[in-house]
Ligand binder design. Structure first.
Ligand code: GTP
Ligand code: MG
Length: 372
């Protein structure tokens, strides 16, 4: 962990190491199978094979463990929690429209150029059951946001426009969902359109290992029209059935833990973080820490922008009270007091500085997806 050799890299890329060595040799670089390669070289090599290289984020995991912020749950404290569903897919395939139709709101219309540029999280109730949704952008520039979405999710909805079929960010989304090891439900969208060809979508997705249930596989394909609200029931029912099988549980009694999905500096209220609460219950007055930011929760807003006293399992909330703007992707923890929070932040800062210095040496790579 932390470094990658040419040999390991070749393996991840699915090519022979000698092929890469020869390639580099012809460019005047003498490397062996055991040579450690850096990000720039990895990207250069991957490019020749149409693969993508991503830097692995290892800090987040270590954070909670390092400061002993994780705790075991007593079985008796666990209750059912709402599934977190991330909507992914290629740009303009109708992710926000689907979520709008489900929420009966109109987010897509208000977006600049109709392109989603942030992650949005919302909760709805269907048949008395809560479902949390995370919308992600499909534009190619937002790989990191999609990866973040996939990390917090219990189930991925992959939206594929039936008139356009499988596109590059569709493939990328599959890779994210697979690396997060979550079930995928396919929403074949825009079936109202002329030229819509749902069976083509099935065939194309088969090539990526997603086999429809009716063809003997285990992936649900639901044909919908987000625009005309067609078959939303089908999507929601499939989500609830899939969620039920996952038996998702959480402990609402302990100190909260969540992920910062978005953050910004509001000129009037100061730093604001959109947090998806994963464990425990977040309350006003709680001492919070996320990355290099800490503070005391002054106000909480729900997904409708209303003030609320607390946010619990699987609930999205806007958190006001951080001293600085935390980074999207940071894990947020509630800790026992401000002193503790400050100590953690100091440590994290120190770590980051060290990391910055050692960046060259401490690079780790993950080949996320390979395009055909
Ligand atoms: P990004 O967030 O930018 O990746 O796009 P998106 O996937 O959220 O797509 P969005 O919901 O913004 O929809 C893109 C365009 O497709 C809009 O013009 C929608 O009106 C249209 N659209 C979405 N769903 C349907 C559908 O079921 N039928 C038809 N005909 N058009 C649709
Ligand atoms: Mg969108």
């Amino acid at each position: 962990r932390g470094e990658i050799t040419l040999g390991n890299f070749a393996e991840k890329l699915g090519v022979n190491a000698s092929e890469l060595i020869k390639k580099l040799f012809l460019k005047g670089q003498m490397l062996t199978i055991n040579s450690v390669i850096d990000m720039t070289l990895a990207e250069e090599l991957a490019d020749d094979y149409d693969a993508m290289v991503e830097q692995e984020e290892v800090e987040e995991m270590a954070f909670g463990e390092k400061f002993n912020l994780e705790s075991e749950d007593k079985e008796s404290d666990l209750i059912e929690r709402a599934p977190i569903i991330t909507i992914m897919g290629h740009v303009d395939h109708g992710k926000t429209s689907l979520l709008d139709a489900i929420r009966e709101a109109n987010v897509a219309d208000g977006e600049a150029g109709g392109i989603t540029q942030k992650i949005g999280a919302y909760q709805i109730v269907k048949d008395g059951k809560k479902i949390s949704f995370v919308d992600t952008p499909g534009h190619e520039a937002f790989t990191e946001m999609r990866a973040r979405g996939a990390q917090v999710t219990d189930i991925a909805i992959l939206v594929v426009a039936a008139d356009d079929g499988v596109m590059p960010q569709t493939v990328e989304a599959i890779a994210h969902a697979k690396s997060a090891d979550v079930p995928i439900i396919i929403a074949v969208n825009k079936i109202d359109k002329e030229g819509a060809d749902p069976s083509r979508v099935k065939n194309e997705l088969m090539e990526h290992g997603l086999v429809p249930v009716e063809w003997g596989g285990d992936v649900e394909f639901i044909e919908i029209s987000a625009k005309f609200g067609q078959n939303l029931e089908g999507i929601l029912d499939t989500i609830l059935i899939t969620a039920e099988m996952l038996e998702l549980k959480g402990n609402p009694k302990k100190r909260a833990k969540g992920v910062v999905m978005e953050s910004r500096l509001d000129p009037k209220v100061g730093p604001i973080a959109d947090v998806l609460v994963q464990e425990g219950t977040l309350k006003i007055g709680d001492i919070i820490v996320a990355g290099e930011s800490y503070g005391k929760v002054r106000a909480l807003l729900n997904d409708k922008g209303e003030k609320t006293e607390a946010a619990s399992l699987s609930q999205p909330a806007e958190v006001i009270g951080f001293n600085t703007v935390p980074e999207a992707g940071d894990v947020m923890y509630v800790v026992q007091n401000e002193q503790h929070a400050r100590r953690i932040v100091e440590e994290v800062e120190k770590d980051r500085k060290l990391n910055d210095q050692n960046k060259k040496k401490h690079i780790s790579l993950e080949v996320l997806s390979q395009h055909m």
